[in-house]
Write a new protein. Structure first.
Lengths: 227, 227
DNA sequence: AGTCTTATTTGATTTCGATCAATGAACGCG
DNA sequence: CGCGTTCATTGATCGAAATCAAATAAGACT
């Protein structure tokens, strides 16, 4: 990570609105701001690695961070993708153990980090912080279960269709949006090889989906729902 | 669930040793015991269903509980299997939302349940309880990521081999043990159809694994590690 | 012990996606 | 603008596992 700095006004704003701090009382916010350090990461820089003793808790301020696990042959399986405002669940190691996964900046990112020992100290005295951690982890566990079920129940086109439908604000209306990250990241998130994602997008062209670069247009969400 | 009862001495003992209460201070333990209700479930009985408003937190005292998600066609994908002492992560819904998955007793089970509103009240005042929840959820998130990665990186025989190796107490020694639940449950846990699990066990016979009913004997853990 | 039900195993077929390879598109840099 | 690099798409092949079916084994009940 590049040289760390204390949070400025802009970072404090983002932190205040993040999933971790947004529900905290004033004193807990102050305590966390006191120990926060902000750093810029270039694309591909590691935040932490699977098996290392866990020392820092991380939160994404801007950019994206992919979290993956390795097999003995060095192959990687993405397990989660974190964006602006997200607490990196894999960095919340409260029992003094080791990181269970590897985190890497998927693009240039701004990250806040907090010394885990000090987080435990604060959370051990301030139930609102401990509850915020528990609440964030509860939501992430639910999403992990959703990913597991998605993999186990659905084909590649179905998974992509479900992802696209989740981006539609209104149930029945055509919509356009821009993928916030590279398609290879989306492939990893959905448990697919990039070629398989590409084929799924091709298949979905026959179901009212148009893709041009990162721009996605969905003409008929109903058609997508029927896949 | 059958008629609920307050915890007796035996149940209190199990709860005290469970993942949730074992790290709590005396007063938090007392508060949780106060609101605990214990119930027997016959096999196949539902604890809660996906989409229902979450009202109870659940912990397994004995038996096994499978947690699964459904697709619109009614197909089920197991996402976790909880045993004695386990807090059912999918029931820890702290934001007043709904259950994200369905829980069902896989065999006759004894379950402790706690009103979620009251849990939030206690945890909002007692950081040790909130921290215990966060810690438990952190571990479960790590396991969910491990399952996701296992599915994405490994074949059926490899997944079974890894499961068996995790049951070996000593790294290099032959070992025997008894599967604690039906093979169809293990299949679901590993993301396999029962036929695929059976084929994997057959394949592993050539790698020092012998199975007779629920009894499993591993002659050479090293051979298993090489799969 | 016999019967019925459920779990497990084995066989065959089909489907899906990983992998490898080649080509094209997009982006960054000079 | 051109070149080099990286990302994305398309084609072909192969392997893994789901699915369907049938047979066998195990467990529960009378």
């Amino acid at each position: 990570m590049n040289r760390l700095m204390k949070p400025g006004a802009r970072e404090r704003e983002t932190l205040l609105n993040s999933g971790l701090l947004s529900a905290l009382g004033v004193e807990s916010v102050a305590a966390m701001m006191e120990i926060a350090a902000i750093g810029n990461l270039p694309a591909r820089q590691m935040l932490f690695r699977e098996g290392e003793p866990a020392d820092m808790l991380h939160s994404v301020l801007s950019g994206y961070v992919r979290v993956y696990k390795l097999d003995p042959d060095g192959r990687e399986a993405d397990v989660e993708l974190y964006g602006p405002g997200d607490l990196i669940g894999a960095s919340v190691v409260l029992d003094g153990g080791r990181y269970g996964a590897t985190a890497q900046a998927a693009e240039p990112s701004l990250i806040a980090r907090f010394d885990l020992k000090r987080v435990r100290d604060i959370a051990g005295r301030r139930p609102d912080l401990a509850m915020a951690l528990a609440n964030a982890l509860s939501g992430q566990l639910a999403r992990a279960f959703a990913s597991l079920a998605d993999d186990r129940l659905h084909t590649a086109p179905q998974r992509v269709a479900r992802y696209l439908l989740a981006q539609c604000p209104a149930e029945d209306k055509a919509t356009s949006f821009r993928l916030p990250y590279q398609k290879s990241l989306l492939a990893g998130k959905l448990g697919l090889a990039p070629e398989a994602l590409s084929r799924a997008f091709s298949m979905l062209r026959g179901h009212s989906v148009n893709v041009r670069g990162r721009l996605v247009h969905i003409g008929d969400p109903e058609a997508l729902r029927r896949i």
